[in-house]
Design a protein around this ligand. Structure first.
Ligand SMILES: Nc1ncnc2c1ncn2[C@@H]1O[C@H](COP(=O)(O)OP(=O)(O)O)[C@@H](O)[C@H]1O
Ligand SMILES: [Mg+2]
Length: 420
């Protein structure tokens, strides 16, 4: 993979939203086995079925309301469950067109995206309730697409509030507000790390605010389960958004949980400056800066902010703040002096988030960019007869057929009732 190839389309995107580099990730064998065991840290009230082509939840059960966001390969829609009236966010991904006679035409990048969606579904079902992590309630597929039905987080992206005209400071947050969001991100990341999951895609547009203004991490398409023994199973694929990517990832070296703490440093910097610490006109320039430029912190940062960022943005992962290993030291850092971690974790009423999103009607999705919410819901339920042959048993016939099996997932009603 050419890390330094300049690609105009992704360059254009990188100014508004982070640009992802291509992923050399592999879905491990067996990763899609339906997980019905009550393992430590997995859903305890989950019913899983192979419902892909035999009933279970399906596209028709949900009424599309609006488009909330769009990635390179699929849209995220606000949908309403026709049975319960509940609102959900539906992430869909078109299946690649696979012509059996001409495998060479297979869209490789797209099939990597398929792997990410499958991996996202797998990782999300490994999680139990955590207030700072989005919940997956259903997953299903039809001939055209994969669908994830997620908890709808109506407060929109942190990115949106950072850049909002209502933000009197312009493009930045004041330090104690940045500390609040950083603390909630850290709670989510630490939870994932205790389950052996590296998040790998921390950036403002993957951080949503719920109706009370608490932060929720979404988008597990790049996350990876490496087990708790990071020594043995470190990842080495180049993945993520370059502006927020740790040096060891860009160098293609093996890496582990420390990459998320680097990204946290980048996002804290971004919240307080209005852009991430290493930026440039191309992936190559950004990469060079991440690898070699000395971190420059604005003079107006407090001593505490400078100290924390110098520790998180240490280019050497071995010298970087080991937040997982020194969690209490991290919580006790003066940057977080106004945070009551216990109340924050419990989201008790004495913890008032800096921004309480205005939600007059959750169906209006008023905290999401007009660019998306005014889009026509044209391809929500299109059937263009995509050519993926399916065998009598309902298996996809192509050389990626295995990963499609076991995609469908239904959280139990009690799980949904309890948390939604
Ligand atoms: N659960 C959700 N609730 C509300 N909006 C969401 C949700 N999940 C995603 N979105 C919106 O859709 C956008 C794209 O979703 P994401 O999962 O990040 O996809 P991609 O993998 O394409 O980046 C997000 O940045 C956010 O604006
Ligand atoms: Mg995303």
């Amino acid at each position: 993979m050419d890390l330094f190839k300049f690609d105009e389309e992704s360059f254009a995107r990188s100014f508004t939203r982070g640009t992802e580099l291509e992923d050399a990730d592999e879905l491990e064998d067996g990763q899609l086995e339906p997980n019905t065991q009550d393992k430590n840290g997995t859903h305890d009230e989950v019913e899983e079925e192979e419902t892909a082509f035999e009933g279970g939840r399906k596209l028709d059960d949900f009424e599309p309301i609006k488009v909330l966001g769009q990635g390179a390969y699929g849209k995220v829609h606000l949908v309403q469950d026709k049975r319960s009236g509940k609102l959900f966010a539906q992430k869909q991904l078109r299946k690649p067109i696979i012509k059996l006679r001409d495998q060479a035409e297979k869209d490789l990048a797209h099939s990597k995206q398929v792997r990410r969606t499958i991996s996202e579904r797998q990782i999300l079902t490994e999680l139990t309730h955590h207030p700072n992590i989005v919940k997956l309630f259903y997953a299903f597929q039809d001939n055209n697409k994969f669908y994830l039905i997620l908890e709808y987080i109506p407060g929109g992206e942190l990115f949106h509030h950072l850049a909002s005209p209502l933000n009197k400071l312009g493009n930045v947050f004041q330090e104690d507000h940045a500390a609040f969001y950083a603390a909630e991100m850290a709670l989510g990341l630490r939870y994932l790390h205790t389950l052996g999951i590296v998040y790998r895609d921390l950036k403002p547009e993957n951080c949503l605010l719920n109706n009370a203004g608490h932060l929720v991490l979404t988008d597990f398409g790049l996350s990876k389960s490496i087990g708790n023994n990071a020594e043995d199973e470190r990842c080495s694929s180049v993945i993520g958004t370059p502006e927020y990517m740790a040096p060891e990832v860009l160098k293609g070296e093996e890496y582990d949980f420390a990459v998320d703490w680097w990204s946290l440093g980048c996002v804290i910097y971004d919240m307080m400056v209005g852009k991430p610490p290493f930026t440039g006109r191309s992936h190559k320039i950004i990469t060079d800066k991440v690898l070699t430029s000395k971190l420059k912190l604005p003079f107006y940062f407090t001593k505490d902010a400078k100290d924390l960022l110098n520790k998180l943005l240490n280019k050497n992962p071995l010298k970087r703040f080991d937040v997982d290993g020194k969690w209490e030291t991290f919580q006790g850092h003066r940057f977080f002096r106004k945070i009551n971690w216990k109340s924050l974790e419990a989201q008790s009423e004495d913890t008032v988030p800096p921004i309480v999103p205005v939600i007059t009607d959750p169906k209006l999705a008023e905290n999401f960019d007009d660019e998306f919410t005014t889009m026509k819901i044209s391809d929500y339920n299109d059937d263009q007869g995509i050519n993926i042959p399916i065998s009598a048993e309902g298996r996809m016939i192509n050389d990626d057929s295995e990963p499609f099996i076991g995609f469908s997932y239904n959280a139990s009603n009690s799980y949904i009732e309890k948390y939604y």
